[in-house]
Design a protein around this ligand. Structure first.
Ligand code: PEP
Ligand code: MN
Length: 337
């Protein structure tokens, strides 16, 4: 439920209200807006306490949240959530750029890639250590060795790193090295994994399951937030449709929809959404124009040596010119990169 407090309420009165909420066995989440203070209330049978909550001093209205997701909803928190990733602010005015190889292969390729994308202005380094592959015979990732290379590349460039965690048993080791935990499209509804990363302290990038509706995706985020980790952001990576000309179909609609329904940041991944090197730039620009808080693109210094997704990787020089294009579009929509 959402409790809207009367204007001009003081801190002591807010504290009294939160104390009463806790007495009912419910959990309050206070947000101070520019005009009003609201308290999101979560708990079992919360609706049973509606009248008691309404009678508390300083309470203006008590409104049930009708959606099946609550804490991630815009009703629960009006202002945008800004996630601080080692000083990189995601969800604010700046469009955050994530770049790097699909999977980490050699140490040398990763260090070259990290240096190049940093030079072009990327903010976060990506790279897979545990890879979800359609074929069990395809390269599955270098595991902890790759995590160590990512940590080394972070030291070299200062870029925070994001990498995928595929299984509850990997959460501990990935947390040891990564700055952001990535939940891949194929695990978008792996509820045990979502609960597990919900108990970690690291920001979580939640990719959209390729066959998930936006509402299902929001509920997946709710699984993480409900466990206590509020630093979650969405990554639209294309959905499966009847179209086969591109790898997936980039759902640009998802960006304004998510921004409307949730306070959490949303980024786009045109590399997987499109899967065709020559089209990735256009869709990256479209995503920024549509209001995405960030863009993630695959970059490789030697795509023919890549152990996954080489054909869709941008060369560093292509990434550099895309950065310039993205800066122009960001500026046109009142943002910076
Ligand atoms: C990835 O970003 O490395 C990846 C595997 O993407 P997705 O889960 O969206 O397929
Ligand atoms: Mn990939």
């Amino acid at each position: 439920m959402i409790i809207t407090l009367k204007s001009g309420i003081n801190k002591k009165q807010v504290d009294n209200i939160t104390k009463s909420i806790k007495k009912f066995g419910l959990t309050p989440h206070v947000s101070h807006g520019a005009v009003k203070t609201i308290i999101g209330v979560i708990g079992a049978n919360e609706h049973k306490h509606k009248q008691q909550l309404e009678s508390l001093e300083g309470v203006e209205t008590v409104t049930p949240i009708l959606k099946p997701y609550k804490m991630v909803s815009r009703e629960f928190k009006k202002d945008n959530t800004v996630i601080d990733i080692k000083g990189v602010k995601l969800g604010g005015q700046q469009v955050v750029v994530f770049a790097g190889p699909c999977s980490v292969d050699t140490r040398e390729n990763l260090m070259t890639c990290a240096r190049e994308v940093k030079k072009s202005g990327a903010h976060i380094l990506r790279g897979g250590a545990f890879k979800p592959r359609t074929s069990p015979y395809a390269f599955q990732g270098h595991g902890e060795t790759a995590l160590k290379y990512l940590a080394e590349a972070r030291k070299l460039t200062g870029l925070p790193v994001v990498t995928e965690v595929m299984d509850t048993r990997q959460v501990e080791i990935v947390c040891k090295y990564a700055d952001i935990l990535q939940i891949g499209a194929r695990n978008g509804q792996n509820f045990d994994l979502l609960r597990e990363v919900g108990q970690s302290k690291k920001p979580v990038m939640l990719k959209r399951g390729m066959a998930n509706t936006i509402e299902e995706w929001l509920m997946s985020a709710e699984y993480i937030v409900a466990k206590g980790n509020r630093n979650v952001f969405f990554c639209e990576r294309g959905i499966r449709t009847f179209e086969t000309a591109t790898r997936f179909t980039m759902d640009i609609n998802a960006i304004p929809t998510i921004k409307h329904l949730s306070h959490l940041p949303v980024i786009i991944d045109p590399s997987h959404g499109v899967g065709v090197r020559d089209y990735i730039g256009s869709i990256a620009l479209a995503g920024i124009a549509a209001g995405a808080d960030g863009v993630m693109v695959e970059v490789h210094p030697k795509p023919t040596e890549a152990l996954s997704d080489g054909p869709q990787a941008l060369l560093p020089v292509m990434f550099d010119s895309l950065m310039n294009e993205m800066r122009k579009v960001a500026l046109a929509v009142g943002r910076t990169i």
